[in-house]
Design a protein around this ligand. Structure first.
Ligand code: SAH
Length: 244
């Protein structure tokens, strides 16, 4: 029997934002693999084995998933949001690159709604012109690279979405990121802290960079900084599509 490996995005939290394609893959699955809180979003049923694992073991998790699929299982690796955005899809392909025998596994990536798009939709249209997404965690890259990319993105006048803005293990870096943004963009630029978007704990806070403090973000927050034209209209925040 030939197995299959789906790498699926569960969206930002609300079940209504899980795509029908992902729901179908989960209904057909024999095994679901992923970080504990994401696997917890999948309902247990007969014939389905859930394999929750701790964070930071992405490669082990990916290898496990590939082995199960190679042995004939229908495996779904779950991520929150989209699996290609700072998530499991790259880890799976990295595991394939390390072990060429995995190249025979049928792998399909099923997109999901990523946090910045769910947050932007709630806000209005802050990402309506050119924008970029930056992961502020320095687990997998040096902090100097994060700083450089922040500066360059701000100078290029991109709107910006920041994932993994702040954690207990690196409390000072987000303060440094805010200092860089204030230096490059000035104090009046709009910044939104969008927390736990589409979950019951959802909270939004739009302020200026001058008013922003590091404590406004945590690991459940995606941060959106506008470009120089981003503004409020009524209770919404939007970026015009035209830069002229
Ligand atoms: N693959 C995910 C991102 C994983 S990185 C996606 O596409 O959304 C984890 C980071 O995503 C968190 O630190 C936070 O910055 C962001 N995030 C994920 N879900 C979120 C949500 N519901 N609300 C706000 N931010 C979220």
């Amino acid at each position: 029997m030939s197995g299959i490996l789906h790498i699926a995005g569960l969206g930002p939290g609300d079940d209504a934002l899980v795509t029908p394609e992902v729901t179908e893959a989960l209904a057909q699955a024999t095994d679901v693999i992923g970080y504990i809180p994401y696997v917890a979003r999948v309902a247990p049923r007969d014939g389905l084995t859930l394999h929750p694992s701790d964070n930071r073991v992405e490669l082990d998790r990916a290898t496990h998933a590939l082995q199960l699929a190679q042995a004939g299982a229908r495996v779904v690796v779950v991520s929150s949001g989209d699996p290609g955005v700072f998530a499991m899809a790259s880890a799976v392909f990295e595991a394939v690159e390390r072990e060429p025998a995995f190249e025979s596994v049928d792998i399909r990536v099923l997109p999901g709604i990523t946090a910045m798009l769910a947050a932007a939709a709630r806000l209005g249209a802050p990402l309506g012109h050119d924008f970029c997404a930056i992961n502020l965690s320095d687990n997998l890259k040096p902090w100097a690279m994060v700083e450089h990319r922040l500066r360059m993105a701000a100078r290029a006048d991109f709107a910006m979405a920041f994932y993994n803005p702040r954690s207990k293990s690196r409390p000072h870096q987000f303060a440094e990121a805010l200092d860089i943004l204030r230096a490059e963009c000035g104090p009046d630029r709009l910044i939104t802290f969008a927390r736990a978007v589409t979950t019951p704990e959802e909270a939004f806070n739009t302020v200026t960079l001058g008013e922003a403090t590091p404590e406004m973000a945590d690991m459940r927050t995606v941060v959106i900084v506008g470009n120089s034209a981003t503004r409020r209209v009524g209770r919404y925040v939007y970026t015009p599509r035209s830069a002229v």
